[in-house]
Design a protein around this ligand. Structure first.
Ligand code: UD1
Ligand code: CA
Length: 538
């Protein structure tokens, strides 16, 4: 069954001139994966016996990206035919079917390649089967010249085509299946007398026809066969792929609230009833299990989200993050290499790096795991049901035991025992009246200040230039009889009631208030006014 054997040659040695890039063209990514890796993934189901990727000098990056597949060097990019010749040694002794695919043609489906091979294996055994397409804009693709007998006569490159040939809408995708026993003999006869001065692979069709061998075309949808030569084509291809991935995600049972704003990687896996909000980006390696929700504006990469968990809005999950069942990652939380157990929560403004958070633990707002000492990364372990107070820093390596509580604002540098309370912060002290005295020493009056002069008390109100009054607070200052003037305050203080009638009897500031500055006036005796509630002052 020699004819059932398949080898593939993937061409990737072109310079990618139109891309204007230092990076080899086929390493540019689509949906988070290099173009050439898409091609190889599409070839995978065909179980090729040999696959060889033709690369150019300085393209070691491609060799690394395609490993374990073999690469072979085309020392100079003298054309697609010349490139296939570089695979001669790798295909030594191979007598099956040789598939030629281009590294810059990433969307070709395995099914389509299968159809191409099937045609090559049909009873009439055409020597060359070319995959053709009819793109909306045939642009600069090579044109397939088909004879009255329906067989392929030649492929004419756009640059070499006459007006009549350019009018042909059937184009060369570049993909071919060729009789491996004839391939190199045909290529040896290809010349370079053409517009580009290159050895065109496409010329083997006319040569084979000249030998009396049959060549034919299999047509496939153009959107599978686009070749990417420029940044604009790269972006267009990305858009096509994203639309496919969105459709697939919805087909598989996920809700995308605004599909056009969700960006997937080639390998993103979403379970059933997953809800994805607007503006979410999935980098490579993300799995989201059933019933989980990814709220708006999240960025996930290399992360696993278990069933029923909720992420975001505005969360970033970096590689190595595992979010357990029904766990919760809230807004402005970044997690990297962090494993949150079932029901664990980190709801606000937190960095979890190299951390394990036990089931049911709660990580308060503003918590940071300080995992990096400038040289090495260290691990933080938070036990099940532990509670980390807001704005704590856990300086790794450190462990917080099961059920322990860390007081808000703590810097934890030593491990905390299970069920203990750990406080790692300065003790609070209070100096009664200090603030008011401080203000007095500065000679300023704030809004709501109660001014005492002798046995009279005044509450200061501040009137804005538009006549509205600022709300008041409870501070108290005394004006010593010896110093009646509150020297530099840009305000006037008057007794009340009634404010205007008693004008002149109250102590005055030494300077009149500048025009634009609010005028400070007493409104009522202080005793009649309640202090603002503590809640309202938060
Ligand atoms: C090629 C076809 C054209 C077809 C189009 C489809 C030829 C002569 N022309 O044109 O008929 O419509 O693809 O996309 O084949 N490569 C090498 N070494 C080289 C030159 C190219 O490895 O010396 C590789 C490139 O890296 C690329 C592929 O071959 O992966 C195609 O080369 P490219 O220059 O893009 O060919 P096109 O001009 O697009
Ligand atoms: Ca191309």
């Amino acid at each position: 069954m020699a004819e059932m054997h398949t080898a593939a040659v993937v061409l990737a040695a072109g310079k990618g001139t139109r891309m204007k890039t230092e990076l080899p063209k086929v390493l540019h990514k689509l949906a988070g994966r290099p173009m050439i890796a898409h091609v190889l993934a599409n070839l995978a189901p065909l179980a090729c016996e040999r696959i060889v990727v033709v690369i150019g000098p300085g393209m070691e990056g491609i060799a690394a990206a395609v490993a374990p597949h073999a690469t072979t060097l085309q020392a100079e990019p003298l054309g697609t035919g010349h490139a296939v010749l570089a695979a001669r040694a790798a295909l030594q002794g191979f007598a099956g079917d040789v598939l030629i695919v281009y590294g810059d043609c990433p969307f070709i489906s395995s099914a389509t390649i299968g159809r191409l091979l099937a045609r090559r294996r049909a009873a009439d055994h055409p020597a060359v089967v070319v995959l053709g397409m009819r793109p909306a804009d045939p642009a600069q693709y090579g044109r397939l010249v088909v004879g009255a007998d329906g067989m392929l006569q030649a492929i004419v490159e756009y640059r070499d085509a006459n007006a009549e040939q350019r009018a042909i809408t059937l184009c060369n995708s570049g993909v071919m299946a060729i009789d491996g026993r004839r391939l190199f003999a045909l290529l040896d006869r290809v010349g370079n007398a053409n517009a580009k001065g290159e050895y065109y692979l496409t010329d083997i069709v006319a040569i084979a026809r000249g030998d009396g061998a049959a060549c034919t075309v299999v047509e496939a949808p153009a959107d599978e066969l686009i070749g990417i030569n420029s940044r604009a084509e790269l972006a267009a291809a990305e858009a096509i792929l994203q639309n496919r991935l969105r459709a697939q995600a919805m087909e598989n049972g996920a809700t995308l609230i605004d599909p056009q704003t969700v960006f997937f990687s080639f390998d993103t896996r979403l379970g059933r009833d997953v809800v994805v909000g607007p503006n979410v980006v999935f980098g490579p390696g993300v799995e989201v299990a059933d019933d989980a929700e990814i709220k708006a504006f999240c960025h996930l990469e290399g992360a696993k989200v278990a069933a029923g968990a909720a992420i975001g809005p505005f969360a970033r999950l970096r590689p190595g993050t595992i979010v357990g069942e029904r766990a919760r990652i809230g807004n402005f939380v970044e997690a990297k290499n962090a494993n949150l157990g079932p029901g664990a929560k980190a709801n606000h403004l937190t960095y979890l790096g190299d951390a394990v958070v036990g089931a049911g633990a709660n990580v308060g707002a503003g918590t940071i795991t300080a995992n990096y000492d400038g040289f090495n990364k260290h691990k933080t372990e938070i036990g099940a049901d532990a509670s980390i107070g807001s704005n704590s820093v856990l300086v790794a390596p450190v462990k917080v035991g099961r059920g322990a509580i860390v007081g808000a604002g703590s810097v934890i540098t030593q491990s905390v025992s299970a069920d203990a309370l750990a406080l790692g912060r300065g003790r609070q002290t209070e100096k009664p009246g200090w603030a008011a005295k401080f203000r007095e020493s500065k000679g300023t009056i704030g809004k709501g200040t109660v001014v005492r002069h002798g046995d009279k008390a005044f509450r200061v109100t501040i009137t804005r230039p538009d006549g509205t009054v600022l709300p008041t607070g409870p501070s108290t200052v005394r004006i010593a009889p010896a110093k009646p003037a509150l020297a530099p305050a840009p305000a006037s203080v008057e007794p009340s009631p009634p404010a205007r009638a008693s004008n002149g009897t109250a102590p005055k500031t030494s300077k009149p208030a500048p025009k634009a500055t609010p005028v400070v006036k007493s409104k009522k005796p202080a005793e009649s006014k309640k202090p603002a509630s503590p809640k309202g002052r938060r």
